[in-house]
Design a protein. Sequence first.
Length: 251
Amino acid sequence: MKILVLFGGARRVNTYNVLQTVKDAMQQATPVEFKEIWLDNMELPFCCSCYSCFFHGEDKCPHVNAVNPVFQEMIESDALILATPVYSMQLSAVLKNFLDHLSYVIHRPAFPSKKALVITTTAGGGHVGTANYLKSILHLWGCDRVYTIPVRVAAMELIISKKLKKKICKISQAFCEDIVQGRLYPPSLKYLLYFSIWKALNGQGEKDQTSDYIYWQERDWLAKDYFHPISLPRRIMGRSMWKFFNYLLRM
Ligand SMILES: Cc1cc2nc3c(=O)[nH]c(=O)nc-3n(C[C@H](O)[C@H](O)[C@H](O)COP(=O)(O)O)c2cc1C
């Protein structure tokens, strides 16, 4: 099993310590090959808002040579881990900058069957909000299930207590089992709604052959109710939402 870690910190202290505990717990459950990418080593320029990725394809991004190799690693991995310290109540700037470069993935979800884990550490606050923000981005990228480990350190340096270790191990092992079993979960109403909105929006792009239309068409998602098969009640709900948004768009 190959897991890609996108590390948003600048040092090997608290966030790294939690990451190591996660890695150890997962290794105990199954053999895992971890690859860590330290985003601050990428020296990625800021997104320049050229909109090329949205309208002309991600290969037209002026920073494609830096972003694409990491994106390919993400595609090829079995699961993703995003880890960041909290800075000013949010994720680190290097991680945010990387996410900004992948904003188009919200339009063209790339990870529909992937599981992901988010690690955040903070001195006092912001760890839960930051973890939830990253969880929502991963879901918008299509990830099927996202686990979170938000940790308040309440000191300069984290000492992992027995209780915290137990919690980290429990979540890490559930994450690991989920990847091995490859079970696909039913979407929440929120993400079923997002799928239906994107399906209605992208269905409008046929005439102009937009990048989003081509992507959704190639995957046959314009004819589906969700990325993977879902129950009849959810199918009915998804189809009703899609019809409603289609009606609004045609008005
Ligand atoms: C620039 C900067 C901003 C920070 N902002 C916050 C903050 O808003 N709230 C907070 O509780 N801790 C804040 N902290 C503390 C870190 O979130 C905390 O020490 C974290 O565990 C550091 O992780 P690391 O050891 O992996 O770098 C900040 C630290 C730095 C360096």
